[in-house]
Ligand binder design. Structure first.
Ligand SMILES: NC(=O)c1ccc[n+]([C@@H]2O[C@H](COP(=O)([O-])OP(=O)(O)OC[C@H]3O[C@@H](n4cnc5c(N)ncnc54)[C@H](OP(=O)(O)O)[C@@H]3O)[C@@H](O)[C@H]2O)c1
Length: 479
């Protein structure tokens, strides 16, 4: 066993413990630390035989156990606890040492911490980690930000413990300061949209065809053998096929229909608004969770009128599952297109040079949105790094073209039967908005000029103009 550790992990709850075990299982000596000592003792007692661990019971002992330059991974609750841990360790470290925050920090906090620690000569690496506790143990998707120099030493370790797809590690240097946490945030936003679209597909198959959850599980299982092949589709079929042991009912029918959230979806939408990027699919997914959780509002609205949910029959019923598959795939392309546009916008705003081909490549394994689809996304952005939208790229353009009739018919059927499909509907509206020759925004500009003299631009002349709406002849003048 080495006398010093190549890396240390502080914060040994489920994520930190599994990350430390993953590192040790790959032959790295890992120093261990946790605020309360018991977690450290438990890890060594239960998993000490998995590799080389150096338990430490004080911050100084932990720092002393590390090779130089020291590499410390913080895996504690995001927010104030992360600041508290940084304040505890930073004074004990030396120039060139590296602090990694692998928790779910807001990227703005990461930018602030990085700038402060850079002043002290320390590297601060905000790192997105996706895959939950299983991923942390068996291979997550890892999204490190921070300096290029810090990646030189950390990269090989992280690539070693990350998931692998076709032999390629699901870890890459995303970009400076908060870039890693920003990309992780958008990953989670896309995850919300993906889950919402899948949930709507279930609701449609049940509401429009009258299928039982077990039948719908079979539909998802079939879809998982095609272009929708993904972790989320796979677990959906498992959840739908599950029967509640206590009641014998489908599990999905005994669960309260109020979706919770931890906040990264909300951050994605807030930042989308700040950057002016229309990430409507992600926003609708976050709002759909909020609506589901608005218990008293829903209770008060329960008797409101709507159409009867008469199941489809005949040819419409026969083709409906296929139509939903098309609509799901097309809407998924929109959700990813929007998410990648947000990463492009964040990159431009904060001066990060983010390689979208590399980002989609490391999402192919380890993380919650891992999917076969990401092979094609990665190929699209690798071929054309500045691609304005995924929707115009080769196979995706073709898929959306092929989906046209189905997508529109599914949204129309949902509307007719009163089945809420905010994800499908907003995806289609976004698509139609993008491809429109003229948008009614021209009228909005007229209204703005009318009530607020906000001016407008003309299609036939340069410059800004204002119409004197209050005068009888409504004369126009350059603004
Ligand atoms: N769970 C997931 O699937 C997942 C996935 C990706 C990322 N993450 C992120 O990974 C991080 C860790 O998640 P987790 O679920 O393993 O743990 P957690 O429940 O978020 O946090 C518990 C850990 O934080 C420590 N802690 C809390 N307040 C502290 C303070 N003021 N000073 C020092 N330590 C403090 C706890 O120490 P004590 O034992 O002493 O209380 C414990 O080690 C979080 O940022 C989370 O958002 C989680």
């Amino acid at each position: 066993m080495s006398t010093k550790a190549s890396i240390g992990v502080t914060g040994l709850a489920v994520m930190g413990r599994n990350l430390a075990r993953n590192l040790a299982r790959h032959g790295h000596t890992v120093a261990l630390h946790n605020r309360s000592e018991q977690r450290t003792r438990d890890l060594v007692e239960q998993f000490g035989d998995e590799g080389d661990f150096i338990p430490a019971y004080s911050a100084q002992e932990f720092v002393d156990a590390l090779e130089r330059p020291r590499q410390i991974v913080i895996m504690v609750k995001a927010g104030a606890p992360t600041d508290a841990v940084i304040e505890e360790f930073a004074p004990l470290l030396e120039k060139g040492d590296v602090i990694v925050d692998a928790g779910n920090a807001h990227f703005a906090d990461t930018r602030r911490r990085e700038a402060a620690l850079r002043e002290q000569g320390l590297h601060f690496v905000g790192t997105g980690v996706s895959g939950g506790e299983e991923g942390a143990l068996h291979g997550p998707s890892i999204m490190p930000g921070g300096s290029k120099e810090s990646y030189d030493s950390l990269g090989p370790l992280f690539e070693d413990i990350s998931a692998k797809v076709d032999g390629a590690p699901c870890c890459t240097h995303i970009g400076p300061d908060g870039a890693g946490h920003f990309v992780k945030m958008v990953h989670n936003g896309i995850e919300y949209a993906d889950m919402q679209l899948i949930a709507e597909s279930f609701d449609l198959l049940r509401g429009a065809l009258g299928y039982e959850p077990a039948q719908i599980a079979d539909v998802f299982r079939t879809w998982n053998t095609g272009r929708l092949d993904s972790y989320l589709i796979e677990i959906t079929s498992e959840v739908l096929a599950h029967t509640d042991a206590a009641t014998g009912k489908p599990f999905v029918d005994i669960v309260t229909d109020q979706a919770e959230q931890k906040g990264t979806g909300r951050w994605t939408v807030q930042i989308g608004l700040d950057l002016g990027v229309p990430i409507s699919g992600i926003a609708e997914a976050v709002f759909a969770r909020s609506l589901s959780g608005s218990a008293s509002l829903r209770a008060a609205s329960r008797g409101l009128p709507g159409p009867a949910r008469t199941p489809l029959t005949g040819a419409a019923a026969d083709s409906f599952a296929d139509d939903v598959e098309h609509a799901l795939y097309a809407s998924k392309i929109v959700a990813y297109a929007q998410g990648f546009n947000q990463i492009q916008a964040g990159g431009a705003e904060y001066g990060w040079d983010i390689d979208l081909g590399a980002v989609s490549k490391i999402w192919r394994g380890g993380c919650i949105i891992r999917a076969k689809f990401l092979d094609d996304v990665s190929a699209a952005y690798t071929a054309e790094p500045g691609l304005p939208t995924l929707l115009t790229s080769g196979d995706f353009r073709k898929a959306v073209e092929d989906a046209q009739d189905s997508w529109r018919s599914v949204v129309a059927t949902a509307t007719r039967l009163g089945i809420p499909t905010p994800g499908f509907s907003t995806a289609l509206a976004y698509y139609d908005g993008l491809r429109a020759e003229r948008l009614p925004a021209a009228l909005v500009q007229g209204q703005r000029d009318f009530f607020g003299a906000h001016t407008y631009r003309r299609v036939d002349r340069e410059g800004s103009f204002h119409t004197a709406w209050a005068t009888p002849d409504r004369t126009e003048s350059p603004a």
